[in-house]
Design a protein around this ligand. Structure first.
Ligand code: THU
Length: 146
């Protein structure tokens, strides 16, 4: 029998490590316009850690959020799914992902995905992060219709 793939239910999530790594990544951010340095660190289904930081642009709308970099790192370093994520502004405290990044996390999150909500709060599930999300299943159901 094939064993179940790792998930946030079977892999121990080291939240302190994710927060520290997110803080370290925030120090690498390129944020000359907003001044808000954001870092993200995620635990993958195979146990590796992926990371990202925000990279702004003089054309503001082109800005890449920290989660964009993290998802790129996920794909570039072997793929798989995210089982846990911490996003901070370098202070160890959770920063709320923007709407576009919630959509990215729905695409690449494991069904058991958990987002850090801080030391004193329960982590946020994928369905709570983006209720009623448009996802690949919805697309498959609708795209062949006239
Ligand atoms: N930012 C992120 O990196 N992730 C989010 O989910 C929210 C916003 C960045 C983008 C921009 O560089 C700065 O925060 C201010 O909006």
């Amino acid at each position: 029998m094939t064993p179940d793939p790792p998930s946030s239910e079977t892999v121990r999530v080291d939240w302190d490590l994710l927060r520290t790594t997110a803080d370290e990544m925030a120090a690498h951010a390129y944020a000359p316009y907003s001044g808000l340095r954001v870092g993200a660190a995620g635990l993958c289904s195979d146990g590796r850690i992926v990371r990202g930081c925000n990279v702004e642009n003089a054309s503001y709308g082109v800005t890449l959020c920290a989660e964009c970099g993290l998802v790129s790192d996920l794909a570039a370093s072997g793929g798989g799914r995210l089982v846990a994520l911490s996003v901070t502004a370098g202070d160890g405290r959770p920063l709320a992902p923007c709407g576009r990044c919630r959509q990215l996390l729905v695409e690449h999150g494991d069904p058991t995905f958990l987002l850090d909500a801080g030391r004193d709060a329960s982590p946020v599930t994928l369905s709570a992060l983006l209720p009623g999300a448009f996802d690949s299943e919805e697309l498959a159901l609708r795209r062949d219709r006239p």
